[in-house]
Design a protein around this ligand. Structure first.
Ligand SMILES: Cc1ncc(COP(=O)(O)O)c(C=O)c1O
Length: 426
């Protein structure tokens, strides 16, 4: 419309086209302001733009080897060889690869799970962990429109965006204790008790992001018990199975405790970190139901939600996951490789703490080795992080979260020294 008005007023075709363009830009999208930068992606941009040879990026939540390089697991390479030339690239069904879903469920619920045998779990392949959370949030909104979600403070920032965009109101619950740099168990339990009966809670199954603080097994039992008393719904986000202890079975302990207690859980699984399939977007959403009939209904509704968004999920990552998990040799190789990644991170935690302590720091750095998984919630203030970046070219999010996966034998001494310098000044 804007360009036809312009054509009438101005004879000069070029000017009219230009004006038409600028008017239509102004009228259609002129009100659109640039979106706020994603804090994590912003860190990477700043890191890439820094010419310093000493620069270190401990902002990104992706595993790196001891040379700071991205890793493709051998089991993944082997699975890819089997895929190449052998399998077609047809569409998957709306709910994704049946084989991949079966294998994912065994990982989360246990190889011999009666729930799987009884077909009580509604599950669909999802666009990695993010997609699984979003699908669940949309499902929650569609079928329990008055429900809310309780989210731990702090949490992975995208959790807030996901439930916000699904229009599910958010409440928060205490989780982290800034002084102990550990779990604020008492406050968390109070929040669980004080929430209205039948509330939805988002729980990190293991290797909590960003704090690296997980409840102990006994604490999980108490949490599960209290959930039962209050009839709360536990939704587990399991983005790091295997990354916490090096053993995916052990890392599923929280979920297994809740299952033993008879909870009807939901679970988002991601293969981004534990198989290094970040960009393949391989994940699974599962919802435990009362019986098979309910599970069939729930799955069909999840598919309905997926259909107008992306129709069906991507095939390559799903093939990789199902080949690895269904082949005993490849699965053993995967377990060895996950353990290798987790152990390197644990080694770097020890090295970072030891290096800072050896510099004579009079602060406590115990939390570096107490916390687990990919991240260390260092306790550094935003101002201290700014100094690390400005004076030492060390990049991380301003909440003080260090991605231990970016720490290497080569940079741990430099990092320790910089942390000591900025923390001793206060
Ligand atoms: C807690 C948590 N949940 C979910 C995800 C989702 O990751 P992805 O969508 O890549 O599987 C992440 C990634 O950082 C995460 O830390």
């Amino acid at each position: 419309m804007a360009s036809s008005i312009c054509r009438g007023i101005i004879g000069n075709g070029r000017r009219a086209a230009e004006l038409g363009r600028s008017m239509s830009t102004a009228s259609w999208w002129g009100h659109v302001e640039p979106a706020a930068k994603d804090p994590i992606l912003g860190v990477t941009e700043a890191f890439l733009a820094d010419p310093s040879p000493n620069k270190v990026n401990v902002g990104v939540g992706a595993y790196r080897d001891d040379n700071g390089k991205p890793v493709v697991l051998e089991c993944v390479r082997e699975a890819e060889k089997r895929i190449a030339g052998n399998l077609n690239m047809e569409y998957l069904p709306m709910g994704g690869s049946i084989k991949m879903i079966e294998e994912s469920l065994k990982l989360a619920y246990g190889d011999d799970s009666e729930l799987i045998k009884d077909k009580r779990i509604a599950a669909v392949q999802a666009l990695s962990g993010t997609g699984a959370c979003r699908l669940f949030a949309d499902f929650q909104k569609r079928f329990l429109p008055d429900s809310q979600i309780y989210i731990p403070i702090p949490t992975w920032a995208n959790h807030h965006n996901i439930w916000r965009d699904a229009h599910v109101p958010q409440r928060t619950f205490h989780y982290y204790h800034p002084e102990t740099k550990g779990l604020d168990f008492a406050a968390m339990m109070d929040d669980i008790k004080n929430a209205p009966n039948g509330s939805f809670f988002l729980l990190h199954a293991c290797a909590h992001n960003p704090t690296g603080v997980d409840p102990s097994e006994d604490q999980w039992r108490e949490i599960s018990h209290q959930f039962k008393v209050k009839n709360h719904f536990p939704f587990f986000d399991m983005a790091y199975q295997g990354f916490a202890s090096g053993d995916p079975e052990r890392d599923a302990k929280a979920i297994r405790i809740f299952l033993e207690d008879g909870h009807m859980i939901g679970c988002a699984q991601s293969f981004a970190k534990n198989m290094g399939l970040y960009g393949q977007r391989a994940g699974c959403l599962s919802i435990l139901c009362e019986n098979e009939i309910q599970a069939v209904a729930v799955k069909s509704q999840l598919q309905q939600i997926a259909r107008p968004m992306y129709s069906n999920p991507p095939i390559h990552g799903a093939l990789v996951v199902s080949i690895i998990l269904s082949d005993s040799v490849l699965k053993s190789l995967w377990l060895k490789e996950v353990k290798g990644m987790a152990n390197r991170i644990i080694g770097m935690r020890n090295a970072l703490r030891e290096n800072i302590e050896n510099l004579g720091s009079n602060l406590s750095w115990e939390h570096i080795t107490n916390q687990i998984g990919m991240f260390c919630y260092s306790g550094l203030t935003p101002e201290q992080v700014d100094r690390l970046t400005n004076d030492f070219h060390i990049y991380m999010t301003r909440n003080g979260r260090i991605s231990m996966a970016g720490v290497t034998t080569g940079n741990v001494g430099y990092l320790a020294n910089a942390i000591h310098e900025v923390s001793k000044a206060t």
